[in-house]
Ligand binder design. Sequence first.
Ligand code: HEC
Ligand code: HEC
Length: 256
Amino acid sequence: MIRGTNGIAALGLVLLTGSLAFAQAPAGGGQRGAQAPPPPMTNLQIFPKDAQRQQVLATMQAFTQSLGVQCNYCHVQEGRGGRNDMASDEKQTKKTARQMMVLAREINEKLPTAVSKSADATTRVGCATCHRGVAVPKQITDIVTDAAAGGGASAGLARFRELRERYFGGQSYDFSEGSLIAIAQRANQAQKADDALAYLQANLEFYPKSARTYQTMAQIKNGKGDKDGAIKDLEKAVELDPNNNQAKMMLQQLKG
Ligand code: HEC
Ligand code: HEC
C-alpha cells in the first residue's frame, strides 16, 4: 500500500534530481514544475544525428574521465551569466576530439584482423586506453627528458616531482621503481652520466631498497672510471638483493 507509493515517489525523486543535475538548474529554483527540456542537439557529426541525449552525455562523461578534464575543456561553457554553447566548434580541443573519435573507431575496425580474433573477442580501444587521465598522454620518460634538455637534471627532476605530487597512485604516469632508472639510462646513453646519477640518487628517496638502482649507479660510475664508487654500489645492491647474480658477477669482475 503506502510502501509501493513511497517506492515510486523515491524513484521519481531520483529521476528528477538526475535530470536537474544534467540541466544544471540554478540552486533554489526547483519546485516550479517541469524544467524546460534541454535544447535539441544541433551539431552532431560523428554521433548519428538522432542519437539519444543520454547516450551522448554518457560518452561525454567518459571523455572527461579519460582525459582528466572538465566539459569546458572542449566546450564553450562559462556557467551562469556566461556563454554556454555546447554545439559551438570554436575550441580546437573539440575538433581534435572528433578526429580522435574517428581514429579510435578506425583502430577498433582494424584490431580484430591484427590479432586474428573475432570482433567480439577483441579488446576495444577507448580514449582511456591511450589517455589514462591526461589530455596529452606523453610518457614520463619523454616529459622528464624534454624538461632536462632545457635545464639539466634538476629541471627534469623538478618536473618528475611535480607530476608525482599530482598523479601518484593513478594510472596517468609510471612512478614505479623502474621509471627513474629508465630515465637515467636514457641520460647516460646521451653522454650525460652526471644527470643519470642525479636521477638514480633521487630514485633512492622513493625506493631506498632498490638494488636495481644501486646496480645501475655502479654501471654508470664504472663507465666514468669511478671503480671504487661502482664497487660500493654493487656491494649495496648485493646486500639488498642477495640473489642478484648479475650484480655479484660484476662485483667479482671489478674486484679482479
Ligand atoms: C574531449 C572533448 C570533450 C569533452 C571533455 C566533452 N565533450 Fe561534449 N562533445 C565533444 C565532441 C567532439 C562533440 C561532438 C560529437 C559529434 O560531432 O558527433 C560533443 C558534443 C556534445 C553535445 C552535443 C552538442 C550539439 O548540440 O551538437 C553535448 C550536449 C555535449 N557534448 C555535452 C558535454 C558535457 C555535458 C560534457 C561534460 C560532462 C562534455 N560534453 C565534455 C567533445 C567533448
Ligand atoms: C591511440 C591512442 C589514442 C586514442 C585511442 C585517443 N587518443 Fe586522444 N590523443 C592521443 C595522443 C598521443 C595525443 C597527443 C598528441 C600531441 O599533441 O602530441 C592526443 C591528443 C588528444 C587531444 C588534444 C589534447 C590537447 O590538449 O592538445 C584531445 C582533445 C583528445 N586526444 C581526445 C581524445 C578522445 C576524446 C578520445 C576517444 C574518443 C581519444 N583522444 C582517443 C592518443 C590517443
